[in-house]
Write a protein that binds this ligand. Structure first.
Ligand SMILES: [Zn+2]
Length: 203
């Protein structure tokens, strides 16, 4: 077998994998190298959940969403009680020097409070977001785009902007997938609207 041949079972040498990463991989997003990086970090074998966690850790949109979430809800409350102080983006826990045992005990208490809450609420803790990501069925999308033809807010057509189908009352607030609750928005108007919807989402 020549130096550049790939073994019959598909196993590549490090050089061959490097060559594929550099020149063979066709990318439409950062996901492929993200998955490979996660596998390399895990020593070659990982669960799908581990890979997802690794992609999540590098997902700029998710990180910004959580930064916003952290600032608007928990940090505001924790500051009010003097538990943390903030200087710009730097958050400081207002506590005297902790021993290893102190830190372990306090950490365990946080885990316990999280556990209690999750036990009570279950998946509903994140339900609003799980529902929100559920797409509008294709058949309905087509019907709505055909009915409205343009963004119902600013009036741009499909040639000027990407048109999306939006829930007038968000799914997280009990809005249905019925025709009367669906409208066509351009991506710009939709982003503006979903930012507004988001601020009142239960955290
Ligand atoms: Zn618009």
């Amino acid at each position: 077998m020549g130096r550049n041949a790939i073994a019959a079972n598909g196993t590549r040498s490090a050089d061959q994998l490097a060559e594929w990463i550099e020149r063979g991989m066709r990318m439409s997003h950062v996901y492929q190298p993200g998955v490979l990086r996660a596998l390399l970090d895990a020593g070659g074998v990982a669960t799908v959940r581990q890979i997802a966690q690794s992609l999540l850790a590098a997902d700029e949109a998710q990180l910004r969403w959580y930064e916003q979430r952290a600032k608007t809800m928990p940090l505001k409350v924790l500051r009010k009680y003097g538990i943390v102080t903030m200087e710009g983006d730097l958050v400081r826990l207002n506590v005297k020097a902790l021993s290893f045992e102190d830190r372990a005990r306090l950490r365990a208490l946080c885990e316990h409070r999280i556990g209690e809450f999750l036990e009570q609420r279950g998946l509903a803790t994140w339900d609003a977001r799980l529902i929100e990501t559920e797409p509008v069925p294709e058949r309905l999308r087509y019907q709505i785009l055909k009915r409205d033809r343009r963004c119902v807010l600013c009036g741009v057509g499909p040639k000027e902007a990407r048109l999306e189908v939006d829930h007038i009352v968000p799914r997280s607030k009990g809005g249905s997938n019925e025709l009367t609750n669906l409208q066509t928005l351009c991506d710009g108007c939709n982003r503006g609207k979903s930012n507004l919807d988001d601020t009142s989402l239960v955290s």
